[in-house]
Design a protein around this ligand. Sequence first.
Ligand code: CA2
Length: 155
Amino acid sequence: MPETSVLYVLNGPNLNLLGEREPDIYGRETLADVQAICEAAADGFTVVFRQSNHEGELVDWIQEARTKASALVINPAAYGHTSVAILDAVKALSIPVIECHLSNLFAREAFRHHSFITPVASGLIAGFGSGSYDLAVRAAVKLVRQRTAAAPRPV
Ligand code: CA2
């Protein structure tokens, strides 16, 4: 596991539009508001917060997290339902990964019930609006601290 106190929070396609449309589903907060929520929840960890509409760019950032982050929170957005490339990139990580969604996927259309990421994530948080990110970042910090406490110390 990388010896860092950095959390990557990655966001997939269309999440740059948060707060502009569909507030009944995704809430009124903007992505900048969500970033502030993550930073407030990070309890001393540095948050690297990014969004992309491009699958390959997300794959590049997940690969970057292998060496630069101690945990990953990812809202893959629609790519969660479609992307084997993002699945493969997440599988290559040895850090905790929390999948995070604003909406409750299981209360929505059937095509949103399947995620390629969930089976390889440490856990899934969905359905709490921007509060999902608060919970996901707290869970990531807790998992990193548990791992650090359990790791053998050098003699
Ligand atoms: O609930 C979530 O966080 C989702 O990841 C959001 C994705 C959706 O495809 C997933 O099934 C669930 C969509 C993000 C699009 O966000 C928008 C926000 C405002 C206006 C338009 C799109």
